[in-house]
Design a protein. Structure first.
Length: 123
């Protein structure tokens, strides 16, 4: 049986980005002769932590900011904007809908009503 980490590596997340950004990233990768499995930017986990810590201190945050907190914040904001848990599941690379559904609890009643009103049903 595969553990969670092995399963995560098997799932290729699909992330929607603006076409202009996609084109620029493709150009950058071509210029740098990067392969499909190469990193676009040569940073590791500890360097990412350093960048985030420096930025959070510079911004005057009193709370600890860490990479996974940014992931959660992005997920909550995307769900508020789109109201689409399936799209969020694909964005986050979750293999299970249950993992994504916990973000629904973060919506306020006002958010839920607004999202519900924006749903378009075809006749």
């Amino acid at each position: 049986m595969l553990d969670r980490r092995q399963m995560t590596r098997m799932i290729t997340p699909m992330i929607g980005i603006p076409q202009r950004l996609a084109d620029r990233l493709k150009s950058y990768a071509y210029e740098k002769k990067l392969g499909d499995r190469d990193r676009l930017f040569p940073i590791n986990r500890s360097r990412a932590w350093q960048i985030i810590n420096r930025a959070s201190m510079g911004a005057g945050f009193n709370k600890r900011i860490y990479p996974h907190l940014l992931r959660h914040s992005d997920a909550i904001e995307r769900l508020k904007q789109t109201g689409n848990p399936k799209a969020l599941q694909l964005h986050l690379g979750h293999s299970s809908t249950l993992m994504t559904m916990r973000y629904l609890n973060t919506l306020t009643q006002e958010d839920a009503v607004r999202i519900n009103q924006e749903v378009q049903f075809e006749e």
